[in-house]
Design a protein around this ligand. Structure first.
Ligand code: SF4
Length: 429
């Protein structure tokens, strides 16, 4: 039996694509598994699912592609770099086969064709519903892609070139994928896409409607709603807030702001203002109460002045996001921002350190308010030292593995005994 190993980089949607690839290959009778690093020597095929969001990650992936390409296994490259930057791949691995993101459901055909050919190219953009090829992996967390692409044109983003225009998958297939995943033991469902916030806007529906469809389902599971570009919130915030009333949906929203300067937001082609963002967050907090708002901030965008940066710092201090992902601006090929005069790396580095320091201190302070409290948590991960659970606001609660033997998928109450800037420390009751 031929063996394939899948090595995945990037976001939850990429990991969901790898789950689909693994399911497709297994359904074709192949041995297939996902691994952090694929050893080329004990596999017949190595599939590298690439990401192209940040240059350092891209360079690391190209080094892997170069290394794997000189091994025995046949190399197939998919993911955003395969769709947006295939030349870079073929420059380091001329015999690599390319399968673009909207062709991952044809991965088995590509491998079959490699039986007779040196390399294959499954290019172009296909508008299909990937959930037709969905098969649950059986783990406690199921990643369910609900759409691909988006409706925006952010000036710094290369993913747009890889994933294209918005293509929302059918609600029936999403509900079916949730049902069969829960049937196979999933306890946490991650709804994922480039922009979950744009879901359904190409089909006269939206994420709020989808959540109310999920609310009608039976079953003991939690739902994590993926990243929402704040641009679309006005279109469905009421139905979204109603959807969040279902106790199975984590009280957690990931709303990437990127900058708190309206001038920089305009330059980034982000179609909302800081005032709109803050009023949405206030409305959400008023309606839901205790909810985790995570955000993303880019520092060092070419047109960001010291004053703009100070506005972003003031925003973090005032809004106190539960978690802030701070990214240093990096030039991405083909993007509008790549044609602008760039800020020095040193200045970007300094801004990134300052914002990260402030964000971490706020996170630590706010998490410390839960020390002494009891949280109901779902166990979803484990590592050498800890059993990891998520509370109702999707906050991480780490339990010491030496004294806790809770199983994946188990629900339990934990007393919070401490915290760091990124998680709570607990003991099972
Ligand atoms: S919403 Fe913007 S950042 Fe996100 S994938 Fe679309 S263009 Fe890129």
């Amino acid at each position: 039996m031929a063996k394939a190993v899948i090595e995945t980089y990037g976001c939850t949607l990429n990991r969901a694509d790898s789950d689909i690839i693994e399911g497709m290959l297994k359904s074709e009778g192949m041995e297939a598994e996902s691994k952090k690093y694929a050893e080329s020597d004990n596999a017949d095929y190595v599939i590298i699912n690439t990401c192209t969001v940040k240059r350092p990650t891209e360079q690391r992936i190209l080094d892997r592609i170069r290394k794997v390409s000189v091994g025995n296994a046949r190399l197939v490259v998919t993911g955003c770099m395969a769709s947006a930057n295939r030349d870079r791949i073929l420059a380091v691995a001329p015999r690599a086969s390319i399968v673009t993101t909207s062709n991952v459901h044809r991965i088995a055909d590509a491998i079959e064709e490699l039986g007779a050919r040196d390399r294959v190219d499954y290019e172009g953009y296909m508008r299909n519903d990937k959930l037709e090829y969905f098969s649950p992996g059986g783990s406690v967390i199921a990643r369910i892609p609900i759409s691909e692409g988006c409706l925006s044109n952010c000036s710094f983003c290369e993913t747009k070139f890889a994933r294209g225009a918005l293509n929302s998958y059918s609600e029936n297939l999403i509900l079916k994928a949730i049902e069969i995943s829960v049937g196979k033991g999933a306890k946490e469902i991650e709804l994922t896409s480039q922009d979950v916030g744009a879901y359904g806007l190409d089909k006269k529906t939206n994420i709020g409607e989808l959540l109310s469809g999920i609310a009608d389902m039976e079953g003991d599971f939690r739902i994590r709603v993926g990243m929402l570009n704040p641009e679309h919130l006005p279109k469905y915030i009421d139905t979204l807030l109603m959807g969040l009333e279902d106790k199975r949906i984590y009280r957690f929203l990931h709303l990437p702001l990127q900058s708190a300067s309206n001038k920089v937001l305009k330059d980034m082609d982000r179609r909302y203002t800081i005032e709109q963002f803050c009023s949405h967050v206030a409305e959400i907090r008023n309606k839901i109460g205790d909810i985790s708002i995570e955000t993303d901030m880019i520092v060092g965008y070419p047109t960001e002045t010291d004053g703009d940066f100070q506005e972003s710092l003031a925003f973090i201090r005032e809004l106190r996001p539960a978690f802030t992902n701070v990214s240093r601006f990096g030039v991405r090929p083909h993007t509008k921002a790549s044609r602008l005069k760039q800020i020095s790396n040193m200045r970007i580095k300094n801004r990134s350190s300052e914002m990260s320091r402030i964000a971490r201190s706020i996170q630590k302070e706010d998490l410390s308010r839960l020390v002494g409290k009891t949280e109901s948590i779902l166990i979803t991960e484990q590592n050498d030292r800890s059993i990891i659970g998520r509370d109702d606001c999707y906050r991480i609660v780490a339990l010491n593995r030496e004294i806790c033997n809770a199983r994946l998928g188990e629900r339990l109450n934990a007393r919070i005994i401490g915290n760091t800037s990124v998680c709570l420390l607990g003991t099972a009751l």
